[in-house]
Structure formats: C-alpha cells, structure tokens
Design a binder for this molecule. Sequence first.
Ligand code: GLU
Length: 495
Amino acid sequence: MSIIEENIRVRFAPSPTGEPHLGAMRTALFNWLFAKHHNGKFILRIEDTDQTRKQEGSLENILKGLEWMGLDWDEGPQKGGDFGPYTQSERKHFYYKAAKSLLDSGHAYLCDRTPEELKMMREKQIKDGKPPGYDGYSRNRNIEDLEKSRKEGRPIVTRLKVPKNGNREFKDTIRGTISFDLSTIDDFIILKADGMPTYHLANVVDDHLMQISHVLRGEEWISSTPKHILLYEFLGFTPPTYVHLSLLLGKDKTKLSKRHGATSILEYKSSGFFPDALNNYLTLLGWYPGGNQEILSKNEIIKKFNLNGLNDSPAIFDQEKLKWMNGVYMRQSSTEFLTEIFHEELEKILPDTVKRPLNKGLLTKIVPLVRDRLKTTNDLIEYVDFFFLVPTQTDQTIIQKGVTKEETIIILEKTLLILKNPEINQNFVTENIENHLRDLIGTFELKPRQSLGTIRSAVTGKDIAPPLFDTLSILGFEECIKRIENSLEILNNQK
Ligand code: GLU
C-alpha cells in the first residue's frame, strides 16, 4: 500500500460519556502513530451530540489521558485549526445544512412519531414475530402534514430514506470488502427532535469537512459503516479509507472490564505506570511490528508503524504483562529520572511528620538498590519508607521464624558491638560492613537468612527490603545504632 504522505489526516473522536478507557486510548494511539509516521495531522474532535449521555468531567479526563500519554493533537479543542470548531455541539449549522440538502434531494424525510408510538410499534413487531425496527410510517407522507404536526408541538425528526433492497459494500483495510444487505437497515434518524444530529450524520459531515483521509476506529463501529457509506453517497462526498481495529478483550476472552484490572487510563497514571510503557504495551495489542522485539521506544514505533501490521483477531489485554513491561522501563530508566519521579511520589505519599523537602541525595543512593525490584512507582513506598520513617516495632516485627527471643537479642547485641568497632564505624561502607557482619553470622548456629533477617527487621521493620548491607550503609552509622538499640529495648521489655 502506498500512501501519499502529506495528505494523511486522521482523527480521534471521543464522546464525553465516560472515562478514557484503554480501548479508546489504543484507538487514539494508533491514529496518532499513523499520523506521525506519515507526517500527517492528528485531529481531536469531541462528539458530544448525545447530550443525555454526557458525563461531568469526562471531557477533562479524556484530555488529561491524552496529554499524559503524550498524544498531542495538531488540531482540536484548546488548539484550534483551519477546520474548527472541533466540538460537535458547536457545529450544528453544518449538520442542518447537510440534513436540508438530503431533504431537498428526497433522500431524507421528516417523521413525527413520538417515542411512545415507536415503542408500541416495536412491541407489536416482536409480538408478531417480526424483527423490531422503524416501519417507514412517514416515508411517503406529505410535507404539509408534517409541518402541521410540528405546529402542534409533536417531536419532529429527520430520517434517511434507506433503499429497501440492494447492497452496499466498503473496503476495510484490515478485513477486506464488507458487504451489507440494505433491507436490514431501517430509515435511521439523522437529525433528532432536539435539533441535534445523530452520531451518524455528524460523524460523516465532519469527516468530510475536516478532510479526514483514514478512519481508524474500533470494530464495534463496523455495523454503522454502511449507514455512513449511504450518507456519503447521498451527500455526494467521497468516503475515507476505513480501518476497523480489533476488539480489546480480557484474558478470559470477555469484554474488557474492571475484572481484568483498571480500565481507565488515569488509573494507570495514578498507579505509578510510565506512559511510555503503557504506549509500548498498547501498541502491541492488535499491531505486529515484525520480529521479536517487544520493547520499542516511541520513535521506533513511529518509524515502524504501518497498517499492514494491524490484525483483525481480538487483542488480549493482560495487566501482568503490562506490569512486567513497566518494570523493564523502570530498569532502563536513568537514576536521575527515577530520583525525580520517586521524589515527587514520596512527597505526596509520606506522612507530614517526615521532614520536607525530602532528601534527594538520599534518594539518588536508594534508586539503584530498588530499581530492579519495582514494577510501578506505587510499589516504591513499601520498599523505601523506612529510610524516611523510623519503623514502629514490636517483638513480632523483629523476631524471625525459627529464632528465639534470646537468640534475637544475642544477634542484635553482637551486631551492635561489631558496628561500633572503629574499623567499621569510621568506614561505614557496604563492603566493610558486609565483611564484618558475615564473619559474625558465621559464628551463630542459625541459617544466614535468619541472622541477617533479624538485623534487617531490627533496622527496617520489614521482611523484604533492599539489600541489607547497602541499606545499613545508606542509613548511616548513627541511625543504625539507634534503631538496633531501640529494637533491643523493645525485646527487653523496656519500652
Ligand atoms: N464518538 C464515537 C466514539 O465515541 C466515534 C466513533 C468513530 O470514530 O467514528 O467512539
């Protein structure tokens, strides 16, 4: 497939009816990548014509999600462009004009059936064993009749006159030619009684006016496409190229939902995922870059992205795999970058009792110790809070499995003696601490895991923490002594 680069114009057209979920964001991402690969334009259009489904805060969250993922738009809200406005509720005049031209050419007609009448009609159809659908009641009524109805205050909609028989087909880049039998399509509404267009009319008019070259959207819109094809035909417009993206499913092959993990992109943001890792992972859901490489930078993906790599089988979203990938990004990140991110995170999470600003120098030392163990920045707090907060200890948090209280006290007392030895405390570095403490634990009749675990828990209050000797060295001589003495006091019931 050869594509003339400068003419690529694609759009992401969300409706502000909910959270920016993974499926929609993958659609946005594919559009963005396609535009970037071809030096084209990525347009953001807000499809807000269904006022009843509009949700407070939804638009703001969609914009936040796009911004966080770095999917910047060339034209759209906040940005403007030559084809605006980019919010459908501000474009009613374009839809009226199109509806009027369809009415004038005899491809559309007015209808005054009330929602109650339509409901009764459908109930009767079902009772008679017929498929429910609009019965063409107003198809051949004269306009005076309908104008009279309008004056009487009945709701008036505009419907498209869909040919009763024949087929329409369109070519989908991923799936090939798709053909539809027109007898299965009702005379659908294009302009609602409240004066708003339906999705179908607005979508087609805008894709045409905004000169959209390719429509990359979810597979769920395939059944709407023949309606769009008819509108293009009756309005005398040329349809764009269609690319319907495969569904996103959970591991159990059902529709992606909360059961499979977070579905809103913003939850991934607040759970400590990196946007680049999420972009990388989402890119691989339904698109194959060729080769075995899974970790791809944004620039590599832009370079490789093409429609041939898209496939039509459902893509499976696996949160564990995403976590793994985020861990890879964590390991590949520089200490400076992670220090900044962790600093920001810890500033938010640690209690007010911890002195601010947090010590960045300390964090620079901690990052290399924990980087390989974390999958998300949210895992961080569990590993590192003890560096900033003195742990609250009890016998249970200190004494290790299979070790008696008496043995615990002996281990800690001897550790104190060793650490206080000038040979160590004047050169309180990992290697030196390790050499001396390893000699010490060799004298106990316990497994190293138990003796070292005792020292670890006395100092950190945790069973799992960064490597012990590094931890001791970073905490520093005085802090280690203080914490071990404190633990001993607790064990000796002096606290
Ligand atoms: N507003 C539709 C949505 O919410 C857009 C569908 C399309 O891209 O045509 O997904």
